[in-house]
Write a protein that binds this ligand. Structure first.
Ligand code: 5GP
Ligand code: MN
Length: 345
């Protein structure tokens, strides 16, 4: 796949310090794309700093560069370093999100900055007007895949995967692997081409898989069992399920960021289930984090936009609710019912 990099290349050529920004609640695609770009730029001799608005899952820590001065800056708790990084850069590259609002507390700093702004993203409805260059494509697995094809199209790499630095190749594979749920959704022919080229480059696919997908604790596995056995509500006529996770349960099962990764997919293994929702109480109890998944043509992006203050992709979306967690199952049921009935009109 060829990506038009004619606007990006001059910006990179002129950059001395780049800030690479991921989204709030960063996932594998967010961390992978930020880290992957960092290694590409380092290899090219361009200084860059990685900034994430909030903590990322511990399973991705191995992607964080070992050198202290290269480490990812997380706004909470390192707000001063994050602000400095954004204020002192000449280019900002936003990866894996479609509007500044997804960076939460970083948004005002990014908006205020005079730096050149670049978007590399695969979400629907990107806010392209806010960027000097927007590389946006939605029929692709992940931001990491889009970044992969973008880097492959830049003049210095020129389609030769062997020229991609190895830590960049690893990070991009991890992001693509997590966003496709290990090749089970959002895969395109280009996704397998990317995987094939990265294998040629020499990545150790099994090792990366083990590090990211087989890295959990026993309490996390027990929490998964608890949710499925005790908390799963099946709305038979709606072909939908919902699970809620509160802070008491999190404490009881020694919950860490990233531990609920994959839980929302579990009910989709049931033949009749088309929509699955996981609702997690935020740490300070201020809101409920929403995670939605669907099968086939059932669109949870629109569901998230209309009823859950969020968005995402057709089969994977998220958002927030500002109601008590106990009220969520009823709210979910009513929302899905209304949403599906509107579709039938
Ligand atoms: P997850 O359920 O894994 O947190 O998120 C699934 C998808 O929904 C991701 O593509 C993510 O970018 C998107 N998403 C998650 N939370 C939000 C949100 O609060 N707002 C928007 N617009 N998208 C979200
Ligand atoms: Mn993504």
């Amino acid at each position: 796949m060829k990506v038009d990099t004619s606007l990006l290349e001059p910006i990179l050529k002129d950059s001395h310090k780049v800030a690479l920004i991921g989204h709030f609640n960063p996932d594998g695609d967010s961390v992978g794309s930020v880290v992957g770009m960092h290694h590409y730029l380092s290899h090219r001799g361009i200084d860059s700093v990685m900034v994430l608005p909030s903590e990322y899952p511990g399973s991705l820590e191995f992607l964080n560069p070992s050198k202290e001065e290269e480490k990812i800056i997380v706004y909470k708790p390192d707000s001063k370093a994050a602000a400095r990084a954004i204020a002192s850069c000449d280019t900002i590259i936003c990866l894996d999100f479609n509007s500044f609002s997804r960076t939460e507390c970083l948004e005002p700093m990014i908006r205020k900055s005079k730096a050149a702004k670049v978007l590399i993203d695969h979400h629907l409805s990107p806010d392209t007007g806010s960027f000097d260059v927007a590389i946006s494509k939605t029929d692709i697995s992940s931001a990491c895949e889009l970044l992969f094809w973008t880097l492959m199209s830049l003049p210095d790499i020129d389609g030769n995967v062997k020229k991609l630095p190895m830590p960049c190749a690893n990070a991009l594979y991890v992001g693509m692997m997590t966003d496709t749920n290990n090749f089970s959704n959002s895969c395109f022919p280009s996704t397998f081409s990317m995987a094939s080229l990265l294998l040629k480059r020499g990545i150790n696919k099994n090792k990366l898989q083990e590090k990211v997908l087989q890295c959990y604790t026993v309490p996390r596995t027990r929490l998964m069992g608890h949710l499925v056995k005790e908390k799963l509500i099946y709305f038979r006529s709606l072909h939908a399920t919902c699970m809620t996770l509160n802070n008491k349960e999190k404490a009881a099962y020694r919950f860490k960021p990233g531990d609920s990764e994959g839980f929302v997919n579990l009910p989709l293994a049931v033949k009749s289930v088309r929509i699955s929702g996981l609702f997690t109480e935020n740490r300070d109890g201020k809101y409920v984090r929403v995670s939605l998944r669907s099968k086939g043509n059932t669109d949870v992006n629109m569901l998230a936009r209309k009823y859950f203050n969020g968005g995402g992709h057709k089969n994977a979306a998220g958002g927030r609710l500002y109601i008590p967690l106990e009220d969520v199952p009823q709210y979910f049921k009513n929302s899905v019912r209304e949403y599906l009935s509107e579709g039938k009109k």
